[in-house]
Each structure stands twice: as structure tokens, then as C-alpha cells.
Design a protein around this ligand. Sequence first.
Ligand SMILES: C[S@@+](CC[C@H](N)C(=O)[O-])C[C@H]1O[C@@H](n2cnc3c(N)ncnc32)[C@H](O)[C@@H]1O
Length: 459
Amino acid sequence: MNAETVIQALGRNLAEELFPAERQLIPNLNDIYELELAFYENLILSDEEMVRNGAFFAQVGDQYTHHFLMCTGESLKLPGHSASRLKSFFEKNIFRTGYATHGLFPYRGKFHPQMIKGLMNVMGLKPGDTVLDPMMGSGTVLVEASLMGIRSIGLDASPFCRFMTQTKIDALTMSLTRARDALVHLEEVFSYFQKKVGQPLPGSKPSKRHMTENVMSVMEATAEYIAQQDHRSLKKKDRDTVNTYHLLLLAYLDSAGYAERSARKKPLDLFRAILERYLFVVEKIQKVISEMEIEPAQAEVREADARSIFLADNSIDGILFSPPYSFAIDYLDNDSFHLNFMGIDSNALRERMIGLRGRNLSEKYEYYKEDMGKVLSECARVLRPGCFCTIIVGTNSNQLSKVFGVSPDQVQGLHEILIDIGERFGLTPIKRMSRPITGISNIMRREYILILQKGTDLH
Ligand SMILES: C[S@@+](CC[C@H](N)C(=O)[O-])C[C@H]1O[C@@H](n2cnc3c(N)ncnc32)[C@H](O)[C@@H]1O
């Protein structure tokens, strides 16, 4: 045994060897892929950029980074009924997920926002650039980009995703006066939505009361919000009204989802707890935005098909997205309550949803490849030459093994299939990272981060 070698080795500090002393890593950084992203971020960002947009560092010299400030403060409020498992998930993930408006709706398959911020840095995106997420889901890329000063465009085939993302974006800057008022008149607001949207299955009815004019007139005036695709052109007062309506509705739908899964709490109490939490997180991020003088960048949210993108050739500085994990998650089943409420024909939508088309697994698999071919060819078309397209995709070898009737370790992973398709359209893989999936309930074990570059000779 050579004790001296051991002492020498243990006397060294990994972070100090990798990073300059004045750049302090964020606490709770546990995974190797995070250290890897921090490593690249450190190489790519100047001190000023690190303070403004760094994802994995808490301090540069004596300055706290915006990310650190956005995440710290009072720990996130969870509904009182939350199982301790859920609570510890949020606390553990305070720097990864539980900040800004990301937690406003529990959308399955959502990105880790911190990782998205880190990846946008690693892709060289800067304030003023434009990033595209052609399958935005709950809008993680758009919210992060907006806070980083990066313009963004998000598409999703599901109208519910458009609604959810738009609400999260608007919540960064909306006036909260009326939403706070709604908390005071909670029972009225709740019974209004019960009538309008429908009743969550188990649980109780709130006591009937006469509705006060001032709160409910705000609701009624905008109840037909779905018809409005774009409300940026509205006057400030009307925009506040629409934004308030959207935030309350999202909280209601969120509580209805909880109520369907749990009969332990009364729906009204769930609604109160969720709305309080929404207001708490939105106030928190708005405070940082104002204190740090952050100007959220424009985010364009569209209900659209990623297989045929409306953008011009070579017009986008970066693409970052996560395709449906093949057939692992039936997004339509997950959202059925919300889609029904929005009057959406799920069968027609199913035909547009990648991963859901087809009658059986092998047909779905064929459609999936065909559809992802169209998406990647569109990505390659709209991306500027030399820029990067990052895809995050989970392994689903168990499912694919059923399609082919072979063992899971014999199938080509979805990430490899996507790399092959990307290469056909001039997207060259330059980096592949993988990370364990640590969500609360997930049937996949690893997720791949694939960074592809569009060749400079393609115009
Ligand atoms: C894995 S999720 C994306 C989650 C997202 N990254 C987030 O952070 O919430 C994949 C999304 O692709 C959407 N999608 C499926 N088919 C689509 C299509 N043809 N065009 C656009 N989006 C589609 C689904 O509605 C779903 O929201």
C-alpha cells in the first residue's frame, strides 16, 4: 500500500481541477451528464454570460448567477396533501425543475429545465438568437429561452400544449392583481369552472353562493378564449383579463387531474392549494425578473404539425426538442379530461400525433420512423448551416423488442434510429451524452442527448 499516493490523490478537489476558483458549481449537482454540461458551459460562457444564463454555476466571484437566484428563496409550496415522496422529489430537484413557471402543470415527459438551459449554452445560443422546439409539450424550452433573452418558437400538435405553454410564458410577466383577487373569492371561481369545464370525478361540491360581479364578469368576458390564437394584440387591460383567466383555468384543470387520482381531498381544497402554489411560484420568478432587470424574450407559441414547419429555410439558430418516446406515453389519454373540455376530437388529433398512428406496435413503429423522417428533414431545412439540433430521447428497447420478437439488448435504440435518420438529411452527430431518468414514475431507464450539426455546405 502506498499511503502517500492515496493522501495526495484525496487531497485534490475535482471541481477545483475542472473549474476556475471563482466559478462555484451549483449545489446538488449529482449526475455525470450534469458535470459534463457544466464543463462545456464553463468553456463556452464568459463571466458575464455565466452570471446571466449559466445553468450549473451558483456564483462567479461574489456575484450570484440568475439561475441560483431563480431557484433559491423559500422552498416551493406544494399542496398540503402531497406525499412525502413527491416533496422530496421537488426539494432534491430545486435547481433542476422547481423554479420559474415550469411547475405550473404536471406534464409527463417534460424536460429538466436546468438541463435545457445548459444545452442552449452548449449549443452556443446567445440573447437575440432564435431557438425552435417543434414539439414543445409543456413549453420548457420556451420558458427557459425567454428568461435567457433568446427568442423562441414552439409548435405542438396538441391544442392543450399550446394553451399550457402560452399560459406559462404569459405568467412570467402578467399582472397578478386579479388572480390574487380570485383567491379571495375562491368558491365562486371554483363553481364557475365546475359549470364551465366539468366536475372532477370524486369529491365534494362547494356550497352554492351568489357570484360577485367583479370577479365573475372578468371570467365571463373571456370564457371563449379558445377561439383566440393570439392575444398579443389585445389592449393591456384585456390581456390581463385573458391571462388571469388562463392561469385560473390551468390551476383548475391541474386540480381536476389531482382530484381524479385522489379522493382524499376535496376538489375545492385541491384547487385552493394549487392556485396558492401557482401564485407563489409566479410571484417568486416575477420578483427575480424585476430585481435582476431581466427582459423576457419573445416566445411564439403555435398549435402546428412538426412534419411541415411554416418557417423559412435557414432561418433558425438552434433546435432543441424531445420527440414522443415512440409509443411509451399516450399523451392523448393523459390529457383526455382537458382535451374533452376544449372540445377537441381526440380521434382526429390521434392521426396527427407522432407515435400514436397505427393499429398495432409494428405499424406504429413504421409510421413513427416515417414521421420522424419528415420532422428531421424539416429541422434540417429551417436550421442555419453550421447550427445545432439537439434531440433528447429515451430508450424504449423493451417495446421495440416486442415489435421484433427479439430480446431488448438486440434492438437498435431509438436514439440510434434518429441519428441514422438525421444523417440522411445532413445532420451530423457531434456529441452523444446519456443520463439516467429520475422522474417519479417512468418506464424508461436512460435518456440520450444527441447534438447534431447541420453541415455548412447545405443551403
Ligand atoms: C416528449 S413530449 C415533449 C415534452 C417537452 N419537451 C416538454 O418539456 O414538455 C412530445 C410532444 O410531441 C407532441 N407531438 C406529437 N406529434 C406531433 C406533431 N406531429 N407535431 C408537433 N408535435 C407533436 C406531443 O403532443 C408531445 O407534447
